[in-house]
Ligand binder design. Structure first.
Ligand code: SF4
Ligand code: FES
Length: 239
């Protein structure tokens, strides 16, 4: 099936503004968008820039906007998209993150937000002997956020961030939730300054776009809401 990939191009060294360029590909049913981008780079235009690493939906580095929806290029069968949405498939970088070149974006601020939520364990107490045992049902409480691959799709799709409002972002709160709901961690206390700030969990307006696009199926909005509630309870207890 012949598919036109309409790719947003931008080279900061030569372009005043971004532009679209069309590439026609004879796609096989099993071809993923990533395969097509690599084919273009190898055989049509070696300057096409995009990130990828694992090619299997694990590293999160090839998130991009495909027909206006955030997806991983390595998990998107291009023929399926063309059959369902039309034979011209538009490929753009993630929204809200500064474009470095073509489909590559700058993750600096994204990872700054990740770091400030302190995504590591603050142990509740020293275990004198043996292991700090955790029951499966307690472990289950933070199963969902452990699946995050930091692809930034949720960040790109979040209307609060797209509108330029000050918000830490869904991915950072998902990362915090992974520890906040771990019974071995001190929870909200060491992260209150960040999660309880006006641009923390409270800044989420509940649009659910993050949940809709997450390639790992994480209930992002639910995790944010649970974190909001935990912050509120912690503050009430402290008053
Ligand atoms: S929560 Fe989902 S969409 Fe957001 S960074 Fe993690 S894996 Fe990507
Ligand atoms: S290349 Fe790693 S998730 Fe797609």
């Amino acid at each position: 099936m012949n598919i036109v990939l309409r790719i947003k191009r931008y080279n900061p060294e030569t372009d005043e503004a971004a532009r679209f360029q069309d590439f026609t590909i004879a796609a096989e049913p099993a071809d993923r968008l990533l395969d097509c981008l690599m084919l273009i780079k190898r055989t049509m235009d070696g300057t096409l820039s995009f990130r990828k690493s694992c090619a299997h939906g694990v590293c999160g580095s090839d998130a991009m906007t495909i027909n206006g929806v955030e997806r991983l290029a390595c998990k998107t069968l291009v023929q399926d998209v063309a059959e369902e949405e039309g034979a011209v498939v538009t490929v753009e970088p993630l929204r809200s993150l500064p474009v470095q070149r073509d489909l590559m974006v700058d993750y600096t601020r994204f990872f700054e937000a990740y770091r400030v939520v302190k995504p590591f364990l603050f142990p509740v107490a020293k275990v004198e002997e043996g292991e700090n045992i955790q029951a499966p049902e307690v472990r289950k409480k933070f199963d969902d956020p452990t699946k995050c691959i930091l692809c930034a799709s949720c960040q790109s799709a979040c209307p609060v961030i797209v509108e330029g409002k000050d918000f830490l972002g869904p991915a950072a709160i998902v990362q915090a939730a992974r520890f906040v709901f771990d019974s071995r961690d001190e929870g909200i206390a060491p992260r209150l300054d960040v999660l309880g700030a006006p641009n923390g969990a409270e800044a989420c307006e509940g649009h659910f776009e993050c949940t809709r696009v997450c390639p790992r199926g994480i209930k992002v909005t639910k995790n944010i809401n649970l974190t909001k509630r935990a912050v509120k309870q912690f503050k009430e207890k402290d008053d």
